[in-house]
Ligand binder design. Structure first.
Ligand SMILES: Nc1ncnc2c1ncn2[C@@H]1O[C@H](COP(=O)(O)OP(=O)(O)OP(=O)(O)O)[C@@H](O)[C@H]1O
Length: 819
């Protein structure tokens, strides 16, 4: 316990402030350092690896003020909330103890400082549970704000995992669940009052008398109110974020986190991914938008065609494409500049970057309007002439980054500032002149005018010349070889310069603030422009990569999915001789069972089908020829086998829960891609489940499905159902072993070549030989094949007519394959 009686006044001030920020690390500004005390000191010394000292047994640790940002980054990344307490007045002018206040609370989701952010989005999410899981999330650095509702906790968790959400705030009820399910995310529980009085909070924030036109549900308002209050608490400012956008489930193709991962859509653990292949955007705004588009492919045909139309226009006009991309490379991250502008953290250089970006708009408009198909887009771009002219007049082209030093506001903008600046910046010349006149007056040629912190300007005379010093010199200091004096005139001059310095600081700072406030009126419209530029960046980027990699424009159908020479957008970038393969599916021919040796290219083929669907629906061209495909409502994938160690589920349980999700959620408009199902259990159980599942998907759901498997028994499904076909991958056997041709053909794999692959992988020759002998024996003895062929005859017909049993569970083979 700290004995308050024994504390100095400053430590009492510290304790008072700390009591309001108990859950944060308080960094307390003391001169040139930010100090932490007690437990906070112990934490930061450990996390930041800095020295822990003690004052009267109280642990303390400090970080130099100029290195704050580096240390902050580490603390926030390590999952701490940090409150920054600043000195609110100049220590030299304070009467008594310097006033101090917390000016900012930094958490992973509320960072606006550019140095602490990557160019990616960074979201803070607020969630409550009221019938559904209702969320509001914002990227504070760009001001974008979304609302989204999830029916199940799993869906929410899944969304968080793929969406660059770095922090969640919630009420007591959800806290434990979210903390457990999202161990890598900073989850914070808020007091109840955050989610009360939301109507008032929203009205106050958006300066509206009523929020009816936002068309929000009560629960949406509640979760949004909590978010707005939290922003005020951390950013100490109630700046207006953008109006909330509702993310309706029905607007976008659904991609769960497993599918995002299985298809390697965005950078993650698997390395090579679609985002990296497609991303040649010129702005950070474009890169962020591209990622958003990849994670939310469109479902509305008109919207897709609109995007595709822009891509096509650029694709066909290469000269324009290159010109626009050249302009875009000069566009800065306007979204983030606008946020810093709103939060009073904008720098003079930011405003010049904004101006320079705006200067490009007339060129972009002019260029775009030369193409009929891009005219409309061009006419919707505002040039913000007023803002440009204003910034031209107000700021130097290369301003310093600290308003107040006199190098920010342009000459001619303020007469008053110019006068003081003149005095300050030309003081050197005046001093030189003064020195010259004094030399002449006294005849002391070695007389010098200098400056020090203790008594300001002085005249220095060498010891040997003291006799010539005039009456009006007042002695101030004696040194070994010289004496230092001041005069009335020099003192007055000094006061003028000092006051000029103060005035320049004061005036320039307040002019800069005035400029900032004036620009606030334009923020909302400038954001619209920023979004358009981001779109322009992504569509022109699509045209660019489509040309570069030979993608073609897909055409949308009601059901047919056909592509000639389809390729895998990511794999083809990393191997030199990728073999293209065709895809053909329609209403009838809607399920493929692919069998084939290990390593032959089954997974690559089914993933490329998924990637083509995603690419088409984000408006991009796709790797293939004569591409026709329907619009899918969701792509499901079930691939690989991995233990979910963090949740204690076994490989097989994970596999079965993924299958359960597909059977429950897939519709006729979905695309289902399965790479091995039923491998995590015994062969008989596995085949039975895979068989029953395929039947259910084919009969009950009726969606397009590709299923890669090593169970050749499943290929017999094609004998029973007309729309199920078999594919395999061609293999050439030579005297030196097998060659995988990676060519997909109709048919069934006759062998799995597992032993050949084992040999290639380096399994000792003896073991490989022995495996061959064993294979020889057991394949002769295999009972399995016989049993499945029994199914084919009488029993299969019976099973075929079986439907779902009432409780929603699947009826497995009655009597089973063993029976
Ligand atoms: N169309 C193709 N053209 C050229 N190379 C390919 C092609 N498809 C796959 N490959 C190469 O073959 C390798 C194995 O492919 P893939 O993982 O798809 O095989 P698989 O049949 O699914 O194997 P397994 O059954 O062992 O999972 C890939 O890493 C790739 O290098």
């Amino acid at each position: 316990m700290v004995d308050l009686e024994k504390l100095t006044p400053m430590m009492k001030q510290y304790m008072g402030i700390k009591s309001k920020y108990k859950d944060a690390i308080l960094l307390f500004r003391l001169g040139d350092f930010y100090e932490a005390f007690f437990e906070d000191a112990e934490v930061i010394s450990k996390v930041l690896n800095i020295v822990l000292t003690k004052r009267q047994s109280a642990p303390m640790a400090g970080i130099p003020y100029h290195a704050l940002e580096n240390y902050l980054k580490k603390l926030v990344e390590s999952g701490y909330k940090v409150a920054i307490c600043e000195q609110m007045e100049d220590a030299s002018r304070a009467k008594g103890i310097v006033k101090r206040e917390v000016t900012r609370v930094i958490t992973p989701g509320t960072i606006i400082e550019d140095e602490l952010l990557s160019s990616d989005n960074n979201y803070l999410m607020s969630v409550i549970f009221e019938e559904n899981y209702v969320s509001a999330f914002i990227d504070v650095s760009t001001g974008e704000l979304f609302l989204k509702i999830f029916e199940k906790l799993d869906e929410l968790i899944d969304y968080v995992k793929i969406s660059n959400i770095s922090q969640i705030i919630c009420d007591e009820k959800l806290y434990e669940d979210l903390k457990r399910e999202l161990p890598d995310i900073f989850v914070e529980k808020l007091d109840e009052w955050y989610f009360q009085g939301y109507d008032e909070k929203i009205k106050e924030t958006y300066k509206l008398a009523s929020v009816d036109h936002f068309e929000l549900l009560e629960s949406e308002k509640k979760v949004l109110g909590g978010l707005l209050k939290y922003l005020e608490y951390t950013l100490m400012d109630s700046k207006v974020p953008q109006k909330p956008k509702k993310l309706e489930k029905t607007k976008y193709m659904v991609l769960d986190s497993k599918t995002v991962d299985n298809l390697s859509l965005i950078p993650g653990e698997k390395g090579k991914n679609l985002f990296d292949v497609l991303n040649q955007t010129k702005t950070s705004m474009g890169a962020r938008l591209l990622k958003k588009w990849i994670l939310q492919p469109l479902k509305d045909k008109n919207e897709i065609l609109e995007r595709q139309g822009l891509v096509e226009a650029f694709y066909n006009d290469q000269l324009l494409l290159n010109e626009i991309r050249e302009y875009l490379s000069g566009v800065y991250d306007i979204e983030r500049i606008l946020t810093r502008l709103s939060y009073g953290k904008v720098s003079p250089k930011d405003l010049i970057s904004l101006k320079n970006s705006l200067l490009l708009i007339p060129h972009i408009k002019e260029a775009l309007s030369t193409n009929k198909k891009l005219e409309d887009f061009a006419s919707n771009l505002d040039e913000f002439r007023e803002v440009v002219v204003f910034l031209e007049r107000a700021l130097y082209d290369e301003p310093s980054n600290s308003p107040g030093d006199g190098n920010v506001i342009k000459e001619g903008y303020s007469v008053e500032l110019d006068d003081y600046r003149n005095l300050l910046f030309h003081s050197e010349e005046r001093l030189k002149k003064f020195q010259e006149l004094e030399r002449q007056r006294t005849g002391i040629q070695k007389l010098k005018v200098g400056f020090n912190q203790v008594f300001g300007y002085y005249i220095e005379v060498p010891k040997g010349q003291i006799k010539n010093v005039p009456e009006d010199y007042i002695r101030k200091q004696t040194l070994v070889n010289s004496e230092r004096y001041i005069t009335q005139e020099l003192k007055e001059f000094e006061e003028k310069i000092m006051s000029a310095r103060e005035k320049v600081e004061l005036i320039e700072k307040s002019l800069f603030e005035e400029i900032r406030v004036k620009l606030l009126d334009y923020v909302e419209n400038l954001r619209v422009l920023a979004q358009k530029l981001a779109q322009l960046d992504v569509v022109s980027n699509f045209a660019m990569v489509s040309r570069l990699y030979g993608y073609t424009k897909p055409e949308f159908t009601n059901s047919e999915f056909s592509v000639k020479n389809a390729r895998h957008a990511v794999v083809e970038r990393y191997i030199s001789d990728f073999i293209p393969n065709d895809i053909y599916m329609d209403k009838k021919r809607r399920m493929y069972i692919i069998t084939g040796p290990n390593m032959s290219g089954k997974s690559t083929y089914i993933r490329q089908v998924g990637l083509i669907a995603v690419m088409a629906q984000i408006g991009c061209f796709v790797p293939g020829e004569n591409v026709k495909l329907p619009i899918f409502d969701r792509v499901f994938t079930r691939m690989g086998a991995r233990d979910d160690i963090s949740t204690g589920k076994s490989t097989f349980l994970v596999e079965m829960s993924e299958v359960a999700l597909i059977l429950d959620k897939a519709t006729r408009e979905s695309l289902v891609l399965l790479d091995e199902v039923g491998r995590g259990t015994s062969t008989f159980d596995g085949i039975s489940i895979a068989w029953a599942m395929s039947e259910y998907i084919y009969n009950e759901i009726g969606c397009k499905t590709i299923f890669a498997t090593h169970f050749t028994e499943l290929t017999e499904l094609s004998d029973v159902y007309e729309g199920i076909k078999n594919l395999t991958i061609a293999v050439k056997e030579t005297n030196n072993g097998v060659i995988f041709l990676h060519k997909v053909i109709e048919g069934v794999a006759d062998r799995s070549y597992g032993i050949e692959v084992a040999q290639i992988a380096g399994i000792p020759e003896g073991v490989v030989e022995r495996a061959r002998e064993i294979l020889d024996v057991i394949s002769k003895k295999s009972e399995l094949e016989k049993k499945v062929s029994v199914l084919k005859q009488g029993q299969l017909k019976k099973i075929k007519s079986k439907k779902k049993i009432p409780n929603g569970q699947l009826s497995l083979f009655e009597g089973g394959v063993n029976g």
